[in-house]
Design a protein around this ligand. Structure first.
Ligand code: FES
Ligand SMILES: [Fe+2]
Length: 418
């Protein structure tokens, strides 16, 4: 549903999607009981994206990933039968973590405590001094599997021993929306991770709304995402994809680099990137940009899309490719944040220079957002306010809160997703 972000009248995404327009409660941003419910009823029941297949391309490759919300370390292992399996990183002997990670290639995993050994498909294959044990049932003492499924190169796990819904059912319309997207530079992310003093939703909200951009980012992307015609950076598009959602953001078509910024002028003078927030050239990103859900309204004033994969992942698409954000709750007022900017291998020194500037710029923008989150949390924690006033371009916040409330209340996943 594209709307004229620059018109005099306000956009009308919230009602168009069928969401209520009332104030949204703040208690879920500070409450210990709501955090526990998110941990036990959302993160312990939803499919959680953990990795891309490019992180473990060859048989024997493995990665160790963390689900900090639930205190779970996961081994993702690519065995020689080609399957990628997930296991709890816990030994059958006395429970120790088996693999330190973060990645490697091995046919076997040997526990560092007493050297019990597992094949990389999870089978227990070696117990030192086995005769001293009491008829260990080796066939049932492999690494404990975690439900693991892959969609379009994204690897998901589910902490339910028997997931109530398949990954395909969980993704629903989101899978249709991004089906066939050609993820470019998927092997070469630049990764930034931070433990932050803010509820995970405080951080996530900052990356799904554009209302703050002219205020928080005046010197970096203020005039990239807003203009005289659209001074409040109103959204171009918002759509509900079942429990997930996507929004498209406005880009100023008349953006001109600051003439005093010689480095930017040089970096973008010969690089046909189409935007100063692009890691690759427009030509290099052509196949990616042709996907119908990248700039889905075909707007000439588009900057980027945020595709929100419930509960806590963004797959963002921009003029030069994609990047991801993940927001992991760790307590009522702390979280772990990770952003991955996928930057192609430079073909020459000029591209390398342009990419270095890109990475420096996006890191600066992210830090502008992160500098604001602890202050926001402190304000919320005063208890002075019980509700947030949410406007139309902040629709993503409202939609996610509605979904979280359903998951927290619902006794079954099917009910949560209905
Ligand atoms: S805990 Fe792993 S071998 Fe003892
Ligand atoms: Fe921001």
């Amino acid at each position: 549903m594209a709307q004229d972000a620059t018109g005099a009248a306000a956009t009308n995404f919230t009602r168009g999607i069928g969401l209520h327009t009332k104030p949204v409660p703040l208690e879920p941003y500070r409450s210990a009981s709501f955090f526990a419910a998110e941990r036990d009823r959302v993160f312990a029941r939803a499919w959680l994206m953990l990795a891309r297949v490019e992180e473990l391309p060859a048989p024997g490759d493995y990665v160790v990933k963390s689900i900090p919300t639930n205190g779970v370390s996961v081994i993702l292992s690519h065995a020689k039968d080609g399957r990628i399996r997930g296991f709890y990183n816990s030994c059958s002997h006395r429970g120790s973590e088996v693999v330190a990670g973060p990645r490697g290639n091995a046919a076997r995993f040997t526990c560092p405590y007493h050297s019990w050994t597992y094949a990389n498909d999870g089978r227990l294959v070696g117990i030192p001094d086995e005769p001293s044990f009491f008829a260990v049932d080796k066939a049932n003492c492999g690494l404990t599997p975690i439900a693991t499924e892959t969609w379009e190169g994204w690897i998901f796990v589910n902490l339910q021993r028997r997931p109530e819904v398949s990954l395909a059912m969980f993704l629903g319309p989101f899978a249709v929306h991004l089906a066939g997207l050609k993820y470019q530079a998927a092997s070469t992310p630049v990764v930034l991770t931070a433990d932050l003093d803010a509820n995970w939703k405080v951080v996530m909200d900052a990356f799904v709304e554009t209302y703050h951009i002219p205020v928080i980012h005046p010197k970096t992307i203020g005039t990239t995402f807003s203009s005289k015609m659209n001074p409040f950076a109103r959204l171009l598009d918002a759509r509900k994809l079942g429990i997930h959602q996507a929004v498209s953001m406005y880009g100023n078509p008349e953006y001109v680099a600051n003439p005093d910024n010689r480095v930017e002028a040089l970096a973008y003078s010969a690089a046909a990137t189409g935007s100063v927030i692009a890691a690759a050239t427009t030509e290099g990103a052509r196949a990616f940009l042709e996907h119908p859900s990248v700039n889905p309204t075909g707007s000439g004033t588009w900057s980027m899309d945020v595709n929100h994969l419930f509960p806590h992942t963004h797959i963002d698409c921009g003029p030069g490719g994609f990047w991801t954000h993940q927001f992991w709750p760790t307590s009522p007022n702390t979280c772990r944040y990770e952003v991955r900017f996928y930057v192609p291998q430079a073909q020459n020194v000029y591209e390398r220079f342009q990419q270095e500037l890109y990475v420096g710029r996006v890191a600066e923008i992210v830090l502008e957002d992160l500098n604001n989150v602890a202050r926001t949390q402190r304000g919320i924690d005063t208890g002075g306010k019980d509700f947030m006033q949410i406007q139309d371009s902040e629709i993503g916040i409202r939609h996610t809160m509605e979904q979280l409330m359903k998951w927290v209340d619902a006794d079954t996943v099917a009910e949560a997703m209905a």
